[in-house]
Design a protein around this ligand. Structure first.
Ligand code: TSJ
Length: 652
């Protein structure tokens, strides 16, 4: 062994590690921030594997002021004995031999529970120095360092500074400790980011239930140790993702099964959201591009849920099957599988390509979720899932019909549609508003009383919408609705485009009676289903006409509810006269302007998405035939008139 610890036998080693330095991108993807953290993950992954295999329960990560990072576990310790083929210690093999040709993200050896240290040599090759300690009754140590060839300035890295040494120092600990300093001549930045590390360690803790992972950033003035440990594993992960949301059932569905040498684990919990949040992992590595495990999971869910829906009567013989998206509306799920010989594909090599995974995950999903249909204790979950999926289906069907109607109409007589619209003269959408007014007579007053430059009026005849028993398809055949669609300019459903919106405020103006409430509910349901963004972005408002006029000679006050009425009566004083408005039609143009349309004096309520969702629910119940449902509807419907039901009430 030469003085620099570099003997002729190590030539191969250096040439192996040299390959990593020549093309770091091949091994760690990039030499940017991502690549820098990648060499830390190579080490962390090995420690996590030891824990996942049940030999360790704690993994600790520390960042130091000198720019180095360390990882320690309390496992069996990296093998210290001489490797029969390599004729050097296991530790030396792990840190100096490249595995499997070193393709980027090569995890072919993981989950085997066999060969540890995959990727550790890559970290060594890209480090200024690296130290290893193994605790097994005594402390073993080995150091690696880079070396500059003064003759040509070339840097060799990962050179053993001697063989693995048994220091004979006694220890009660068992496990492995690795500390390294990334090579600043390789990486564009060598500053580890605490947020990146913390987030990933938390994720790893969720994915490996019961493993305690700690993180200490000793670079900061007052270092604190973060600790991540989840006994519920991915069940806790799903609960965490759903924090602050309304869940449809309290305990996530959880499945863990091994099939065809693939360990398959997933957890599901639905919320009242409309989007799906599915996160998948293979061997603890995120697969944001999805792949065969996700495909198998999704098709499994769709098949078994449709089967159960039929068995349990949620779908009748004549009904079509629901589609996958229906069952996934509001679904939060984690899919985590562990397997050998992983093949990644896709743009960013984060998509699982192994075709054999699909049938395995699909069949586990089907057999395990079949329990939902059998287990009495799972009935609530099942019912909530079905309810959600059926509602999604309803919205989907309605959206498609709406699109067809809109398309047919557009090709026919699109221009004629806006016939009844009294448009404003300004073309600056951000300053304009459109009033959708119930009834021709109120519409007439509104047209006369308005600010012509910025206020457009769209009168609804009321009558066509006034039938209580209306299915949404009929609503969409409705000419008034089609007029609204073309007046707003945005299109509907998946064709919706906010940038084409012709008015900043869409103001619904209807009477404060049951008919008015009904029209409002229908319109909100329509916006909720076909122009949801319009509500989400706060463009939909309810105009508030006053209920009372209190006056005496030339003193006039308006009251918008009974509480306000008392105050207004006091203001006007003895001898006041009182008019109760039964509808918008009773107001003349100037009264309507002053009380309901003038931006300086009117009251508008901005419609929140919850308001609209509630309206849609009412309409959906209304469409049912049950007398009880209808009675309950009428009850609700009365409540719907209450001002307080809306989230935002603002005088603008
Ligand atoms: F990646 C690494 F090598 F740098 C590294 C490996 C870093 C850290 C922090 C820990 C580890 C590691 C390796 N922890 N635990 C192990 N275990 C083994 O390598 C091991 C131990 C015993 C046996 C056995 O069959 O007796 C097998 C293996 C793979």
């Amino acid at each position: 062994m030469a003085a620099n610890g570099y003997s002729s036998g190590d030539i191969d080693i250096l040439e192996g590690l040299e390959a990593v330095r020549v093309r770091p991108g091949m091994y760690i993807g990039s030499t940017g921030v991502k690549g820098l953290h990648h060499i830390l993950w190579e080490i962390v992954d090995n420690a996590i594997d030891e824990a996942a295999n049940g030999y360790a329960d704690t993994v600790s990560v520390i960042l130091y002021k000198d720019g180095s990072a360390s990882v320690e576990d309390n496992g069996r310790g990296i093998p210290t004995d001489i490797h029969p083929k390599a004729k050097v210690s296991g530790v030396q093999v792990v840190f100096t031999q490249l595995h499997a040709g070193g393709k980027f993200n090569n995890d072919n050896y993981k989950f085997s529970g066999g060969l540890h240290g995959v990727g550790a040599s890559v970290t060594n090759a890209l480090s200024e120095w690296l130290k290893v300690e193994v605790y097994k009754k005594t402390v073993y140590k080995m150091d690696f360092k880079s070396w500059v060839d003064k003759r040509n300035g070339k840097i060799y890295a990962g050179i053993p500074q001697g063989e693995l040494e048994n220091t004979k120092e006694k220890t009660n600990k068992h496990g492995s400790f690795v500390r390294f300093k990334p090579d600043a001549t390789i990486f564009e930045t060598v500053e580890f980011k605490a947020e990146i590390i913390s987030k990933r360690l938390k994720e790893l803790a969720f994915l490996n239930k019961g493993v305690k992972i700690t993180f200490t950033d000793k670079r900061s003035e007052n270092p604190v140790t973060e600790e991540f440990c989840y006994d519920g594993g991915i069940i806790d992960f799903v609960k965490y993702l759903n924090e602050g949301k309304t869940t449809l059932y309290s305990e996530p569905i959880y499945v863990c099964k091994e099939k065809d040498d693939i360990k398959i684990e997933f957890a599901i919990q639905h919320t009242d959201a409309y989007t799906e949040s599915i996160y998948s992992f293979v061997n603890n590595i995120p697969t944001p591009e999805g792949g065969m495990h996700e495909v198998g999971f999704k098709s499994g869910v769709t098949r078994i849920m449709n089967d159960i829906a039929r068995e349990r009567g949620f779908l009748k013989a004549k009904d079509q099957n629901l589609i996958g998206e229906d069952f996934r509306e509001g679904m939060t799920a984690i899919i985590s599988i562990k397997m050998k010989n992983v093949e990644f594909e896709g743009q960013t090599k984060t998509k699982l390509g192994n075709p054999e995974v699909k049938p395995a995950v699909e069949s586990v999903t089907i057999t395990e979720l079949a329990q939902l249909g059998k287990d009495k204790k799972k009935t609530e979950i099942l019912e909530k899932m079905m309810e959600k999926a059926l509602a999604a289906e309803k919205a989907r069907t309605a959206a498609r019909k709406a699109k067809e109607v809109a398309r047919a109409k557009n090709s026919a007589d699109g221009a004629k549609l806006v016939g009844k619209l009294a448009d404003c003269s300004s073309r600056k959408a951000e300053l304009n508003e459109v009033f959708i007014v119930e009834g021709d007579s109120a519409g007439g007053s509104a047209k006369q009383g308005r600010d012509r430059q910025h206020q457009a009026i769209l009168p609804l005849r009321g009558k066509p919408l006034n039938t209580e028993k209306k299915r949404i398809e009929e609503v969409l055949k409705n000419e008034e609705i089609r007029t609204i669609i073309s007046a707003l300019g945005t299109g509907i459903g998946s064709d919706f485009s906010m940038k084409d919106l012709r008015y900043d405020k869409v103001i619904i103006l209807s009477d404060a009676d049951q008919d008015g409430a009904h029209i409002r509910a229908i319109l909100l349901t329509f916006f909720f289903r076909y122009m949801r963004e319009l509500i989400q972005e706060g463009h939909v408002y309810i105009g508030m006409p006053p209920l009372y006029k209190v006056y005496k000679k030339d003193v006039v006050e308006y009251a918008y509810d009974d509480k306000e009425l008392k105050k207004k009566i006091e203001i006007v004083g003895r001898g006041y006269q009182l008019q109760r408005y039964k509808g918008l039609g009773e107001m003349n143009p100037s009264q309507l302007w002053e009380t309901t349309m003038n931006p300086q004096t009117r009251i508008l309520m901005r419609v929140s998405i919850e308001d609209a969702a509630e309206a849609e629910r009412l309409i959906t119940i209304l469409m049912g035939d049950g007398l009880e449902e209808r009675k309950a509807y009428i009850q609700k419907y009365a409540d719907f008139n209450k001002v307080d039901d809306f989230e935002v009430r603002n005088r603008d």
